[in-house]
Design a protein around this ligand. Structure first.
Ligand SMILES: Nc1ncnc2c1ncn2[C@@H]1O[C@H](COP(=O)(O)OP(=O)(O)OP(=O)(O)O)[C@@H](O)[C@H]1O
Length: 412
């Protein structure tokens, strides 16, 4: 997560897109202008608002999740993006080309070039092997048999299924079948992968595994994934940004934590009511640098004690010159060591607290929680290069949660 989409390459742009089902849309536009709701419009005209006035861009490399209650327009919106459903009006630009203006030939070419779709139902063909299923779609794209084999095999390797390439779908578990579905989506090496509730049919454990798989596949890739989900935990877990839909409208778009902090309205707020903030915030989001740090090359027992007394602190976080984390020493242990005459006062080794493992800044607060109870000191937070980024104390943790609107319900 955490793509800075504002600097990215705009791969897909949707402008003023509408889909109105059921006949001449004219009266529906009028009524929408007057602020009338979807239900009233349906009652009076028989027309259904599928999507109204959608405007957004999706960037290269991001996972863009579309969320909303049943009937809010998620599937319609995603099917507008590859014109599986014809928009009633508006523009859909794929790599700057408006697909709503294309004839069938151009559209087919554009779809082949840029897009693939992965469905919830897996849509596997029972009479084809896993490998043939993964290769399905490549033939129409005009690849030679050799290339088809290679690409399908490489996609199966990516999802860890190359060992069952010659099996038939029915011999596989649900999770494995969905992996084949994913491999088929990947085999065409799409710039844009549309995933419609792709993991919804899976049981929770396998579903989490597939989400991890998708995140892994996205690492360093500039593929755009547009993912429909009605599950907020899933959206928060995989989405760089989330679009929330209600009655065909996109009511808010943003990074998961942005939306959670500033929900646009009560509908959005209601979505987030059940969310555990410890799954949303990362350690890096809340870590502070209020604890004493001390450079390893200068660290003697007396020098550290003096600094701790000056700042009235109990613990010092010892860092190398490049700020990589070494360990935590405590005032108590320093005192004990200084009282022991056999210990050289220039050596702080005996003052380290035992087994204080730092937590990575991209870990969720959920992962920090056990350390908070286990460690006597605030939990040290580091980046992927083990550089010190700050600490999280119990006090800070609770204060962060208490700022969240749903704290009382969840932790009371
Ligand atoms: N082919 C169609 N003809 C008429 N109305 C349709 C058609 N397809 C969708 N709708 C209506 O458009 C609205 C949006 O439906 P859509 O399937 O996009 O919602 P959704 O958010 O994907 O729902 P779900 O989560 O249940 O799949 C609904 O009111 C639906 O009844």
């Amino acid at each position: 997560m955490g793509n800075d989409s504002s600097n990215g390459h705009q791969r897909l742009v949707v402008e003023n897109a509408y889909k109105i089902f059921g006949g001449d849309p004219g009266p529906a536009y009028e009524m929408l202008k007057q602020g009338k709701g979807k239900d009233v419009i349906y009652k009076e005209t028989g027309l259904t608002i599928g999507v109204q006035n959608a405007n957004f861009s999706v960037y290269a490399g991001e996972i863009f999740v579309i969320m909303g209650l049943s009937g809010s327009g998620k599937s319609t919106l995603v099917r507008l993006l590859n014109r599986l459903i014809e928009p009633t009006s508006g523009k859909i630009l794929v790599e700057d080309q408006d697909i709503t203006k294309m004839d069938v030939k151009e559209l087919t070419e554009t779809r082949r070039k840029y897009m693939s779709m992965v469905f919830q139902s897996f849509a596997l063909m029972p009479h084809l092997t896993v490998h043939q299923n993964a290769a399905f779609g490549l033939e129409i794209m005009g690849f030679t048999e050799k290339k088809r084999k290679e690409r399908a095999m490489s996609a199966l390797e990516q999802v860890g299924l190359d060992h069952v390439a010659n099996s038939y779908p029915k011999s596989l578990s649900g999770g494995m079948q969905q992996r084949v579905g994913l491999a088929r989506g990947l085999a065409v090496d799409p710039d844009i992968m549309l995933m419609d509730e792709a993991f919804s049919a899976l049981d929770p454990l396998i579903r989490t595994e597939m989400q991890d798989e998708l995140l892994k596949l996205q690492e360093g890739s500039d593929r755009t994934v547009i993912f429909i989900s009605h599950d907020l935990d899933e959206a928060m877990r995989i989405g760089d940004r989330i679009a929330i839909m209600e009655s065909g409208r996109i009511v808010q778009i943003g990074a998961p934590e942005e939306i959670m902090r500033n929900p646009a309205d009560d509908y959005v707020k209601a979505f987030f009511r059940g969310v555990d903030p410890t799954n949303v915030y990362t350690a890096g989001d809340i870590a502070t640098t209020t604890q004493v740090t001390f450079p390893l090359h200068k660290a003697g027992l007396r020098a550290v004690r003096q600094r701790l007394n000056e700042y009235d602190r109990e613990y010092a976080y010892v860092l190398r010159k490049d700020r990589t984390y070494v360990g935590v020493v405590s005032l108590n242990k320093i005192q004990q060591a200084l009282e022991d005459e056999s210990i050289n006062s220039q050596d702080i080794t005996p003052a380290y607290l035992e087994k204080i493992e730092p937590v990575r800044q991209d870990a969720t607060l959920q992962e920090v929680l056990p350390k908070l109870t286990e460690y006597e000191c605030p939990v040290p937070i580091v980046d992927s290069a083990n550089k010190y980024k700050g600490t999280i104390s119990r006090h800070l943790f609770l204060r962060t949660l208490s700022r969240e609107t749903n704290f009382d319900e969840q932790y009371a």
